[in-house]
Ligand binder design. Sequence first.
Ligand SMILES: Nc1ncnc2c1ncn2[C@@H]1O[C@H](COP(=O)(O)OP(=O)(O)OP(=O)(O)O)[C@@H](O)[C@H]1O
Length: 257
Amino acid sequence: MREQNNKLALQFKNVDFHYKNDAEEIPILKNMNLSVADGEFVSIIGASGSGKSTIFRLIVGLEELTGGSIYLNEKQVTDRSGKVGYMPQQDLLMPWRTVQQNAVLPLELHKESRLDRRAVDSLLEAFGLKGYENKYPHELSGGMRQRVSFLRATLSGSNVLLLDEPFSALDAMTRLFMQEWLLEQWKEQQSTILFITHDITEALFLSDRIFVITDTPFTTFKEIEVPLERPRRQQDLGNKEVTELKNNLLDQFRMRV
Ligand SMILES: Nc1ncnc2c1ncn2[C@@H]1O[C@H](COP(=O)(O)OP(=O)(O)OP(=O)(O)O)[C@@H](O)[C@H]1O
């Protein structure tokens, strides 16, 4: 972990959730508990349809819990709309808004945000978007659109960021650069990140811990501590312990295909 403190950024306590389709209930979480420390980087991996995005939708209040409670920064929060930074699978930038206008959307929606518009200028620079403030999304590369989307999530003003497969549409090289860039931003902003990915190597490179969903509905994750110091380099992934971990994880998923 980057810097340890004893605070918890996120907790699920005995959370139940099912979707309802006509008369049918589709159970996803059953009496589920999880804890993420302030400043931690946690990835969630699991088969397609196992419930990864649902966890995020519950945290941001897009779905209602069927039972249990969610705590943000050690406080139970029932109205979680706009309380955490959320980057969904699709970047969802508004095509008619410029980079600047897309980025500041959370400031318009939540006036109590701890960041003001003056902070945006320096963030645009930090996110490699200086000079592109007045461009529209269609004028940007995929990596740049992801950075605008990530900046917008950051401007929620929350210390907790939820990133749902943010790099899945990028080419392999851009993806590696974006991973390194994300770790720099995480360190700079001292945020807590939950990151959904299907890419085991990406999860190993980025995370302090990996939560693996092995079954649905689920009560717990299988938790893996990543045995790598920080700062990390891509070549660290070649070490024996990490390679074994990766092969074990691949075997688990291979058995499920
Ligand atoms: N609004 C909905 N109504 C009913 N069922 C849903 C709804 N949204 C998702 N589901 C179902 O809930 C399950 C979990 O969906 P979720 O999107 O959380 O999975 P996921 O692990 O994020 O999948 P992927 O990796 O493919 O994005 C799936 O079986 C999905 O079909």
